[in-house]
Design a protein around this ligand. Structure first.
Ligand SMILES: NC(=O)c1ccc[n+]([C@@H]2O[C@H](COP(=O)([O-])OP(=O)(O)OC[C@H]3O[C@@H](n4cnc5c(N)ncnc54)[C@H](O)[C@@H]3O)[C@@H](O)[C@H]2O)c1
Length: 388
């Protein structure tokens, strides 16, 4: 990468606080590692757990002073906002039901926000967060981390420069096997729709698939004909969803997501076909992007290999042939939003190539998508339009 550092833009690292991500959490350590990879952030405060005693202990175990370890997120935000050296960015990695309230409080207190997906459990909350981001003039990054992969960004850049021509068809699937066996989740909040949202599979991975499609194509989903339900008997939450899609340019697509496919690991795949060719990418082989141009031999692109476009080139840290993966893609979002925040906070201009991190609009569109899919499914798969 040849970007400036946050140190160069701001004269210091961004002061980061985290809520959630305590011992044993799935994604907490990933956020903290992603924040450190390019050295743009200093972790200054945390409320790591839903249990106050554990939160205080866990904060100290990662090197924070006791006075910057808080029993809960609200206490952290209000106390840090009063300190001259207080946190200016809040990263939220709690279960889904607390994302919106924590984001709103942080925005009200002048913090920029990095929030894990989904943005909220309800459309009304997502709308409120999106409006608060505008009203307070702050920045919110939603960690749909797959859009940080170099070859996902390469695919986007190839679509933008017209390599596929007009987009005609998109197929995206996210097929996991983690819930193929009946029984409670290892994370009890996931079995409670009040906490995990109206459709676990859509909040967990459907929003990732939807955002990946939107990110690469630049198109919105305008209508869905969907079927959502539960494959594994007696499970209290959805574990599959399928939808035919109409896209904003008239293209057709389909989205298929499940967590109940025995033997599968983390099968996120996308295929995009335009008038001039097709692109294919799969998360489990993330360092190969297939490009099949009309009437010409199939090609591949690799990170930093021949044909790499600028958006992808700045998303790899190492020369071609040295694989990078999930951690680095996650860090790309932290870096891009960090550079943007530092530029804005220091009154400098931002670079357009930093602006491709998912934001509150993407979060709002994710909730609109979930709502439309559920409405369609309730109505026997009737075509259901999303707001334009
Ligand atoms: N971007 C991704 O790829 C990705 C992957 C996994 C999870 N996620 C998202 O991350 C979030 C957390 O998921 P997880 O699997 O890590 O959950 P988890 O249950 O493994 O961990 C949650 C952590 O947050 C803490 N916590 C809960 N409520 C809290 C509160 N109010 N204040 C402070 N801490 C609190 C818990 O004690 C625990 O340490 C979810 O919203 C999920 O959708 C995103």
């Amino acid at each position: 990468m040849s970007d400036p550092t946050v140190m160069q833009l701001l004269g210091r690292r961004l002061r980061l606080a985290v809520v959630g991500g305590g011992p044993g959490s799935f994604i907490g350590a990933m956020h903290r590692q992603a924040a450190r990879l390019d050295d743009h952030y200093q972790l200054v405060a945390a409320a790591l757990s839903s249990r106050p005693d554990a939160a205080l202990q866990a904060g100290q175990s990662i090197g924070l002073p006791p006075e910057r370890c808080y029993a809960d997120g609200a206490a952290l935000i209000t106390a840090e906002a009063q300190r001259a050296d207080g946190a200016e960015v809040l990263a939220i990695m709690t279960p889904n039901d607390s994302h919106a309230s924590l984001a709103l409080l942080a925005l009200q207190h002048g913090m920029d926000v990095i929030c894990d997906k989904p943005l909220s459990n309800t459309l009304a909350e997502a709308q409120a967060v999106h409006e608060a981001v505008q009203r307070h003039g702050r920045i919110l990054c939603l960690t749909h981390n797959y859009s940080g992969f170099p070859l996902v960004r390469q695919a986007k850049a190839m679509v933008m420069q017209g390599d596929l021509g007009d987009i005609r068809l998109v197929q995206v699937e996210y097929v996991q096997g983690g819930r193929a066996v009946a029984g409670p989740s290892r994370r009890p909040w996931k079995d409670d729709p009040v906490r995990s949202g109206p459709s676990l599979v859509l909040g967990d991975i459907g929003t990732h698939a939807h955002q990946l499609l939107r990110f690469i194509t630049g198109l919105e989903v305008s209508a869905v004909a969907a079927d959502v339900g539960t494959i594994v008997p007696s499970r209290p939450t959805h574990d599959f969803a399928g939808a035919l899609l109409q896209l904003s340019n008239g293209a057709r697509g389909c989205l298929w997501v499940t967590q109940a496919a025995a033997g599968m690991e983390n099968g996120l795949r996308i295929r995009i076909s335009g008038a001039l060719g097709t692109l294919e990418w799969a998360l489990e082989q993330p360092t190969v992007l297939h490009f099949k141009p009309l009437g010409a031999p199939a090609q591949i692109r690799t990170p930093n290999g021949p044909g790499t476009l600028p958006l992808a080139a700045r998303s790899s840290r190492i020369v071609a042939g040295h694989p990078e993966g999930f951690h680095e893609a996650f860090a790309n979002l932290y870096t891009d939003v960090g550079l943007t925040i530092a530029a804005v906070r220091s009154g400098r201009t931002t670079d357009t190539l930093w602006q491709y991190f998912p934001n509150s609009w993407d979060g709002l569109q994710g909730l609109r998508f979930i709502e439309a899919v559920l409405a369609s499914s309730r109505d026997m798969g009737r075509w259901t339009h999303l707001p334009t």
